[in-house]
Design a binder for this molecule. Structure first.
Ligand code: SF4
Ligand code: SF4
Length: 77
């Protein structure tokens, strides 16, 4: 794991996401997008490694669907 990388990532509860898109607009790196899953639009993050953990997406969700979680520890080789 590169030194200094933020250890937080957004976790989106797909079952509760309404697909409103507020979080998509909030990410300065355009990492979030709406995808069709089970006939519903939900927000997904495209590149976990590019996420800086800046938390800009988390407070933008009107439904508190986004939680910041710790990255999984690196697996031993
Ligand atoms: S934490 Fe920041 S970089 Fe990561 S998805 Fe949310 S807004 Fe984008
Ligand atoms: S702001 Fe919340 S409800 Fe809206 S698309 Fe993003 S995660 Fe889903």
């Amino acid at each position: 794991m590169p030194a200094g990388r933020c250890e937080l990532l957004p976790w989106i509860d797909a079952a509760r996401c309404t697909g409103c898109g507020w979080c998509v607009a909030a990410c300065p790196f355009h990492l979030l997008s709406l995808e069709l899953k089970d006939w519903r639009k939900t927000s997904v993050i495209s590149d976990l490694d590019a996420c800086t953990g800046c938390r800009k997406c988390e407070p933008k969700c009107p439904f508190n669907v986004i939680s910041m979680v710790h990255r999984a520890p690196p697996t031993a080789e």
